[in-house]
Design a protein around this ligand. Structure first.
Ligand code: DAU
Length: 337
């Protein structure tokens, strides 16, 4: 069975991916900085659950610590690396831009160095739908230009895509970049809308609704998302002989084994419909505080998922109402509310 090094295993997506791979018998080593961007107790709980499985081992250190990452690579000898750790969050990047440079630029470079040194079969790294920035043509396809990032967060992720391309080209390192679309679900991040809203509604606190609710998101259930990642692990890009060999709609580079793939639900949901579904699942109305759009926020996202389907035969399809109900059940159980 393959040995997979996953960064960010104490985080939301990394935890779910590790759980899925372990259930299939993979050996997984997790690497996580346990930063205090949000509640470290939640991160600890996720890691403790993974550590119940003998196929899982973990190192807790920052991505910036390249010596530790190198040591982990030397000891674990990964076949595949999935790089999910990093500084996430669109709005926080206005408060602490430097943390995005440190984790996402320096940290990602350190992960790429380990991948190069161990000539891994496949390096897969997280990017974001936020790289589509001010693009307006929907749904977003991977082959359209994405050169207008609106925050330093999305700029670092766009830079990661370019960094990954250079190593894929130079060292023939098969590299897939995922563009994730607003992921939600059980064991989720406390800064995300769903977590914040459910928490506030249960406590009778008001919820802030940006852009007066007139926003659209392609909300993607985390179980669907990690299923997509799992399948993409088995689809490493191959450098084409010539640009003519690239199929229409494929983001494959003409000069490197590199491509970028959207992982989204392929659907855009109005924020107010999302709020209503939460109210229904919680069984209580929210106290609504309508606000203007936040700086750096995009009004809408919507993924074209044809490329993912073409590569894996799969596309996420969970109805947001079903996913929200699952989250509320988990939240009440986890917090005893
Ligand atoms: C936190 C919060 C969010 N919102 C709105 C903004 C969005 O339209 C929608 C969903 O917000 P969030 O759950 O924070 O997700 P979003 O802004 O799309 O960003 C997420 O999804 C991105 C991928 O698209 C990731 O790259 C980011 O790391 C992640 O934070 O809810 C509110 O109206 N009020 C809130 O308090």
């Amino acid at each position: 069975m393959k040995r997979v090094l996953i960064t960010g295993t104490a985080g939301f997506i990394g935890f779910h991916l590790a759980k899925l791979l372990l259930s299939e018998g993979f050996r997984v080593h997790g690497y996580d900085g346990m930063t205090d961007y949000y509640d470290v107790a939640l991160k600890n709980r996720r890691h403790q659950m993974l550590l119940q499985n003998p196929g899982f081992s973990a190192t807790e250190d920052l991505l910036e610590s390249h010596e530790k990452l190198k040591q982990v690579g030397d000891e674990f000898q990964p076949d595949v690396i999935v790089h999910l750790a990093g500084q996430a969050g669109v709005r926080y990047s206005l408060e602490d831009p430097r943390s995005y440079i440190d984790s996402n630029i320096v940290g990602t470079f350190n992960v790429m160095e380990v991948a190069r040194e161990h000539k891994v079969e496949h390096l897969l790294m997280a990017s974001t739908s936020s790289v589509y920035g001010a693009n307006e043509v929907m749904p977003f396809t991977e082959v359209e230009k994405a050169d207008t990032p609106l925050t330093i967060y999305s700029a670092t992720k766009k830079a990661n895509e370019a960094m990954g391309h250079s190593y894929a080209h130079l060292w023939n390192l098969p590299t897939t970049m995922f563009r994730f679309f607003t992921v939600y679900g059980t064991w989720g991040r406390p800064d995300l809308a769903l977590y914040k809203f459910v928490d506030a509604i249960l406590d009778d606190r008001p919820i802030d609704i940006y852009n007066h609710g007139d926003m659209y998101r392609d909300f993607t259930n985390v179980d669907d998302l990690v299923r997509g990642i799992r399948l993409l692990i088995d689809s490493p890009p191959v450098r084409p002989d010539s640009a003519d060999d690239i199929e229409e709609g494929d983001s494959l580079s003409p000069v490197a084994p590199w491509r970028v793939v959207n992982i989204g639900n392929g659907d855009k949901v109005r924020l107010l419909d999302f709020v209503e579904a939460i109210e229904e699942a919680v069984g209580k109305k929210a106290i609504r505080n309508y606000m203007p759009i936040q700086m750096g926020d995009v009004p809408a996202t919507w993924a074209d998922t044809d490329l993912l389907q073409r590569l894996t035969g799969y596309r996420p399809q969970t109805d947001f109402k079903v996913g929200i109900a699952q989250f509320v059940e988990w939240f009440r159980d986890y917090h005893g509310k």
